[in-house]
Design a binder for this molecule. Sequence first.
Ligand SMILES: [Mn+2]
Length: 335
Amino acid sequence: MRELLMVKQLHKTLADYSRFKRVQILSHWGGDADSVGSSYVLLGLLGRVYGAAEAGLVIPEEKSSHVESIMRYLQFEERLVPNPDLYLLVDVGSLNQLGDMFQYVVSSGRPVVSIDHHSPNERDGRVVYLASPKYSAVAEIVYDLLDHLGLTVSEKEAEALFLGIYYDTVRLSVADREAAAKAAALLRLVDPSRLIGLLEPRMEEAERIARLKALRRTSVYRLGEWYLAVSNVSAYLSPVARSLVNSGAHVAVVGSYQSGVSVLSMRSSHDFQKYTGVSLGEDLVKHLLRRFEGNGGGHAGAARLQLKASLEDALSESVRGLSTLLGVNVVELAD
Ligand SMILES: [Mn+2]
């Protein structure tokens, strides 16, 4: 048990706020093994232990593909709870990561509780934070909550929590002894040969085609020593941006135009973040939001935003913005 006080507070908060109530759990956009695994166990607890009238999980924006396969495996689906009495944010590092759900949550006037293992960089007065960066994953916090309640973990719950810890510790490579001990305890109920493959699901054909077509449409720019890849797709923005970085781009910006709004997904490589200090979620998003109406956010290596602009303008302003932030000229690479 890392933080008994916080775990007790979490128990008390859930007990106080959710009895006979409708609870909407929200993950950060796209979700991941940690947010979804933790939510799976919390949904069970809300019903069995805390007496919630109704509870469901919503993942804002596009679900990442490993999230789909984990949810299919655990046999649960997203559920929008109508008119919820409580919002429970799971693994949501900053409110921007709620994407298009942000407005619903903050304008609802309902209590908002955030369970997280990132320390919130800007605390919002409307949110009750139960967060500690001492934990490697929310799944570890939920593990401690079960332990505190003296509950035995079912096989499915063990699988869900193991996946969360395993994923957020980058396959245990950054886990400390305590996280490892929890993973080991959970492993007694887990068959890794069935479970771990869920983190790398087979790519769906539509995603494969989106990625390959995006490669064909990609423009490449050199900004000093850094390479920027820009492309557009109609769906799968985040996986396409990730695949461009995996292909060698230091930064990828992928856009899509949807009913009057340009949506951008951006990713950058570790060396870019480390050596330039440029944060996509902070610096580039701010630059773009000064030029266009819209909203968005993210962190150093990943960001997403919606802009009231044509896709052409949004993409070219992203290129200009990076050039300004890096203080170097842009050169487009010819075919
Ligand atoms: Mn997490």
